[in-house]
Design a protein around this ligand. Structure first.
Ligand code: NAD
Ligand code: AKB
Length: 319
């Protein structure tokens, strides 16, 4: 049997997910087999860990040349404009989120790439979707440009799989919480900021109301879910749009209480802004039974274990 050596390109490698995903892919596949790329300068944590190429995913010709020149077999497309930034410039968000995906899918077809990964989001769901345990297949009427672009992207992934046989896989990530790299303009960013402010100033003014429940996940679980999905046998993958994925749900009040167990003097105040409306349109919890059935998904972190880990890792920054 001929063993195909995978050569991976991560687009958007300097973002919140990209830094940690690139690091894990390099650990698994070998540093030189994972090319990191982004518009921005190389992230500090990636420097010296493997090849880095500056590339704009919107420039299809440049991307195509990069993929041919490096004999790329798999692409992880992480470049996107997230929910809060997207509402400030809807046409730019639509253009970048859609065209980046279409560029990658077209090149995947032409170059017969073995796999493509592209993340969707809980933002595909809108106010008319069930709020609790939102099912895999349900009413999907997103009200943000980000959600609309993710929903359209899911349809394109399924289309390219069915019509051209592209092995494209996707997860609807909840809000992701991490300490290694900063979040990039989403509605769930408060759940990262709060840990920094709790350690630095012992208080935080939250832009969502105290009882706004949202689905969330700690980054190590998100990275493991991504790798497990991508390594699952092809025949197990029954969802070619995007899998619901779940770990925990909490409100700003509950995350503040979890932090107060470690920093009793921490105080939280609330000043809602435009992101409240976005959060109110999203589910409060997600049913991910298809991911459990198809590739045995199981999260490891809950609010308390994540809080302990976040504070332990961020403490030296503010000592
Ligand atoms: P991020 O904003 O932190 O990172 C995106 C990266 O893409 C940035 O480093 C940016 O410089 C780069 N980029 C933007 N435009 C580019 C272009 N034209 N060419 C090349 N690179 C470009 O985002 P993230 O949080 O890491 O999210 C990655 C993916 O996961 C996105 O598709 C996002 O929608 C999805 N997602 C993220 C979350 C989350 O909570 N972080 C949740 C659900 C889905
Ligand atoms: C955002 O808030 O925009 C992201 C997401 C849930 O997709 N974190």
């Amino acid at each position: 049997m001929q063993i195909v050596k995978e050569k991976i390109l991560v687009i958007g490698a300097c973002g919140q997910i990209g830094v940690e995903l690139t690091t894990e892919l390099r650990r698994i596949h070998g540093a030189n087999n994972v090319i990191a790329s982004d518009l921005r300068d190389e992230h500090e944590l990636l420097k010296g860990t493997g090849p880095y190429v500056s590339c704009d995913v919107m420039n299809k010709e440049m991307l195509h040349v990069l993929i041919i020149r490096h004999n790329i077999t798999q692409v992880y497309l992480l470049a996107a404009i997230l929910s809060a930034t997207g509402e400030k410039n809807p046409s730019l968000a639509w253009h970048i989120n859609m065209q980046s995906l279409l560029n990658v899918l077209e090149i995947a077809k032409e170059e017969k790439l073995t796999k493509v990964y592209w993340p969707s989001s809980i933002a595909v769901f809108g106010p008319s979707s069930p709020k609790q345990h939102t099912p895999q297949n349900t009413v999907i009427e997103p009200t943000t440009v980000y959600g609309i672009s993710k929903f359209a992207g899911e349809r394109w992934c399924e289309y390219y799989h069915h019509h051209f046989g592209i092995d494209v896989r996707s997860l609807r990530y909840p809000g992701l919480i991490s300490y290694k790299s900063a979040p990039g303009g989403g509605t769930t960013d408060y759940a990262v900021e709060i840990y920094h402010e709790a350690l630095r100033d012992k208080d935080y003014s939250c832009f969502l109301s105290e009882d706004t429940y949202l689905p969330m996940m700690y980054m190590p679980d998100a990275i493991r879910a991504t790798i497990e999905l991508m390594e699952a046998p092809k025949e197990n993958i029954t969802i070619r749009s995007s899998y619901n994925l779940s770990a925990m749900s909490f409100s700003p009040k509950e995350i503040a209480q979890a932090i107060q167990k470690h920093i009793p003097e921490f105080e939280m105040s609330y000043r809602e802004d435009f992101r409240q409306k976005i959060a109110d349109s999203w589910p409060q919890s997600i049913d991910d039974s298809k991911a459990q059935e198809d590739w045995h998904w199981k999260p490891r972190f809950d609010l308390n274990t994540m809080t302990e880990d976040m504070l332990r890792n961020l403490k030296p920054l503010y000592a």
